[in-house]
Design a protein around this ligand. Structure first.
Ligand SMILES: Cc1cc2nc3c(=O)[nH]c(=O)nc-3n(C[C@H](O)[C@H](O)[C@H](O)COP(=O)(O)OP(=O)(O)OC[C@H]3O[C@@H](n4cnc5c(N)ncnc54)[C@H](O)[C@@H]3O)c2cc1C
Length: 379
């Protein structure tokens, strides 16, 4: 593993840091409070090429690579993690179109991720009754001539209200009742696709999460991504990359919580001195900084392996598991360091604590990451 960043990776990281300071951090608390989707910031992110970082340049992307992408997410999530939910899911969809798409699909969609024509894209695998158990999908896609007709209910779709393109998984009967998940690319406004209820969430409130209703949604055969029956392969490939993104996002949130805690430890006085002078607080800060550095190394290792096209399912799961658990502990300690002020909206750590919690759940709950890792180390 190369520990030194390349010039390009360093420049991408710096550009993301600048973007976060200018366009995200000053507005994140207000967006959270009003549950306002950061459409303008996303538009700017798209125009700057941050939504097509995993797509090679000859396919219309920026070809930044997985390491630069992870570094960018860490920086941007420090400013506004809700924005990086949309950024990472959109990059994930673009990535699998690049990996599995037909030449026509690539030509039709990929340039739109890079030039800002697409605001964002959604990835719709989960259903009300199927989250961890992705093979248990109920949504159906029935062949009718050269078309497929989709019916069912999808759940937990990040920015499903705002997406320009949806990657939707539904079961196709491949004969004899043998159901195989298949991935379909569906454009915004398609007849038979409607947005369901928006969830009221604990954190990441500027990222809207909703259901999707598929009611006689007719799509041509050419909408299938990766071939009929290969939906799980497409989804799992996407999730390897997605887990690196969630690990990076958790690190960004926790870095913001650590920065706020360092400042507070210097400012807050008790018993005649700054609380940062007490060893109890110093040890918390030392643990927080160490855990975050360890998490960063695991995430960058997985990203580098993915960039080199090496199998990295185990490493991506380890990175997601460790980074999100560590980030949760860091945000929890940040609240503790702030005392009562950590529990109210006046200080940002209250929001960081709410935002970080879901990183242990989505993109595969951490119990599932442990199953993936255990399977790999036992084999
Ligand atoms: C804010 C938010 C955004 C999301 N965005 C998206 C999105 O854009 N697209 C999408 O497709 N999905 C999305 N999801 C869904 C998310 O991926 C699922 O919530 C997650 O995979 C867990 O599934 P579940 O909620 O059905 O929990 P369940 O699968 O019902 O699990 C419940 C609990 O049981 C544990 N568990 C389950 N099976 C096992 C097992 N075999 N062994 C041990 N423990 C187990 C789980 O780890 C968990 O703790 C989102 C979720 C949230 C909260």
């Amino acid at each position: 593993m190369q520990l030194e960043l390349t010039e390009h990776q360093r420049l991408t990281k710096d550009a993301a840091r600048k973007f976060a300071a200018q366009h995200l951090a000053p507005f994140a608390a207000g967006w959270d409070k009003k549950e306002e989707f950061p459409a303008q910031a996303l538009q700017k992110l798209g125009e700057a090429g941050f939504l097509a970082m995993l797509v090679p340049e000859d396919e219309g992307g920026t070809g930044a690579g997985a390491v630069a992408y992870a570094l960018a997410i860490m920086e941007l999530a420090e400013g506004c993690p809700a924005t990086t939910v949309t950024m990472s899911v959109t990059n994930m969809v673009a990535d699998v179109i690049s990996r599995f798409g037909t030449p026509e699909q690539k030509q039709r969609y990929l340039p739109k991720f890079a030039d800002g024509s697409f605001l964002c894209a959604s990835f719709s695998l989960s259903e009300p009754g199927a989250g961890s158990d992705a093979a248990g999908l109920k949504a159906r896609a029935d062949q009718d001539g050269d078309d497929y007709v989709l019916n069912g209910e999808k759940a937990w779709v990040s920015h499903g209200e705002e997406a320009s393109l949806y990657l939707i998984m539904a079961q196709v009967d491949q004969g004899g009742g043998k159901l195989k998940p298949t991935a379909f690319l569906v454009e915004r406004g398609a007849k038979g696709l409607s947005v369901g209820r928006r969830e009221e969430k604990m954190g990441l409130r500027a990222s809207h999460t909703c259901g999707l209703v598929l009611d006689g949604l007719r799509v041509p055969k050419t909408a299938i991504l990766g071939g009929e029956g290969n939906g799980l392969k497409v989804a799992l490939t996407a999730l390897d990359g997605g887990r690196i993104g969630v690990g990076a996002q958790a690190i960004g949130i926790a870095r913001a919580a650590l920065q706020a805690s360092l400042k507070y430890a210097k400012d807050r006085q008790t018993f005649g001195k700054a609380i940062g002078e007490f060893q109890a607080i110093q040890w918390k800060l030392a643990n927080m900084a160490t855990e975050l550095d360890a998490a960063t190394l695991l995430v960058l290792r997985a990203a580098e392996m993915r960039e080199k096209k090496q199998p990295c399912t185990k490493e991506a799961a380890m990175a997601k598991l460790f980074a999100t658990d560590a980030a949760y502990r860091v945000c929890n300690e940040a609240v503790q360091i702030h005392g009562g002020y950590g529990y109210i909206g006046e200080f940002p750590v209250e929001r960081h604590f709410r935002d970080v919690r879901v990183t242990q759940i989505y993109e595969g709950a951490n119990e599932i990451q442990r199953i993936v890792i255990a399977r790999a180390v036992l084999s």
